[in-house]
Design a protein around this ligand. Structure first.
Ligand code: PLP
Length: 392
């Protein structure tokens, strides 16, 4: 038999899919599972977007378009970047992509050569680990600080003459942390000193409950060596519509954006692009999405307080809680990345094993609280409390 490519052999995403598939099998057998393993959103694409998709279909706006995105959508993104990050881009410096996932792949594809090392602050979203490997890069895990902020000194210590890029994701999946402006500034300094790329993944920028989102892209002089990746998926509860973008002021990248878009996807669905270019979405809609998520976060945090061996700081953003469960893992199971996730699945709660987010996180679990209802979250907390008991 011919062999497979080496870069598709090892994938941390399997730790997520293994638990999800087990949960699905149990649901098929009629068991009730509270699903906290998946970072999806509730269904509920804003009406303005739905109507504009229909209108685009009616209008026949369904043909090939510019591969990097229709100009009116890129114009809208350009205005948003200028308003929120203070960077004035030309349309050629923006590439509409298949969600944030497509934006990240475009960024790594455009910036990395075979053997280039990428500093990956860990824990991280595992798709990024895979993508770096798919394009021949070498992910180098660097743990974040104990409070989940970036640790610039560890990043500096991990730099070698092969380092090409630093990936930064704030607000963060899986920790729900936002990185401090001080740590972002120091990482920017390191990138300047060593002439490195930065990819700043700001998929969760609008979902911030405490404090505010600071964008590395906004830092003075950074837009030329930084690729901003962003997505509408979480902001507008439309994970299935697949709209995101990559943007940079790097002078060579606009041609690269075109080449990659042509080879990879030939652009994304045009009716969806017209809808995002035209839809007038009330600020209240976005605020409503964030306030509902905040209510869910507060429910989960309150429900998990006082459970034996579970100690965490309330996450400030995104919709995840990343908790160290080592108090409940017996010594002989320390190397079993699925131990806690399996235990909780027996109680009808599906969670994601921490190992999916980095090799040092066997003892952690990630709870994603965006899809379950508030009563489901309360029920999950009762089940977890019943399993581990109350702290003294
Ligand atoms: N970046 C991070 C950190 C994510 O968690 C996700 C999705 O979960 C994405 C990017 C990609 O989002 P999209 O669904 O738009 O591809």
């Amino acid at each position: 038999m011919p062999s497979l490519a080496a870069h598709v052999q090892e994938s941390p995403i399997e730790y997520i899919t293994t638990m999800r598939n087990r949960a699905l099998e149990m649901e098929e057998r009629g068991e009730r599972i509270i699903r906290l393993e998946s970072g999806d959103t509730e269904a509920g694409v804003p009406r303005a977007i739905r109507l504009e998709i229909e209108r685009a279909l009616e209008n026949g706006e369904t043909r090939y378009a510019n591969q990097v995105g229709i100009p009116s959508l890129r114009e809208r993104i350009r205005e948003e970047i200028k308003r929120d990050r203070g960077v004035d881009l030309s349309l050629g410096e923006i590439c509409v992509t298949n969600g944030g996932t497509g934006a990240l792949f475009t960024a790594f594809f455009g910036a990395l050569n075979n053997g280039d090392e990428v500093i990956l602050p860990a824990p991280y979203w595992p798709v990024v680990f895979n993508q770096i490997k798919h394009v021949g890069g070498v992910p180098v895990e660097v743990p974040v600080a104990p409070d989940f902020d970036l640790d610039p000194e560890s990043i500096r210590a991990a730099i070698t003459d092969r380092t090409k890029l630093i990936y930064v994701n704030s607000p963060n999946n899986p920790t729900g942390a936002t990185f401090s402006i001080g740590s972002l500034e120091r990482v920017a300094e390191i990138a300047n000193e060593h002439d490195l790329w930065i990819v700043t993944d700001e998929t969760y920028k609008t979902i911030v409950f405490d404090g505010e989102h600071k964008s590395l892209f906004s830092l003075s002089g950074m837009a030329e060596r930084t690729i901003l990746t962003d997505s509408f998926s979480k902001e507008y509860l439309c994970t299935g519509l697949r709209v995101g973008y990559a943007a940079t002021k790097h002078p060579g990248m606009s041609k690269t954006f075109k080449d990659i878009a042509r080879s990879l996807t030939s652009g994304i669905s045009t009716p969806t692009q017209y809808a995002f270019a035209r839809a007038e979405i009330d600020e209240d809609v976005r605020a409503g999405i964030t306030s509902k998520l905040k209510e869910k976060r507060d429910t989960l945090v309150a429900g998990l307080r006082g459970i034996r061996g579970i100690d965490f700081a309330a996450p400030k953003a995104a919709f995840y809680l990343f908790i160290d469960m080592s108090a409940h893992i017996p010594t002989e199971s320390k190397d079993d990345p699925l131990y806690i996730a399996r235990l909780l699945l027996q109680d009808g709660v599906a969670v994601c094993p921490g190992r999916a987010f980095g090799s040092a996180f066997n003892s952690y679990i990630r709870l994603a609280y965006s899809t379950p209802t508030i009563p489901e979250l309360q029920d999950a907390c009762v089940r977890i409390r019943n399993r581990f008991g109350a702290s003294e």
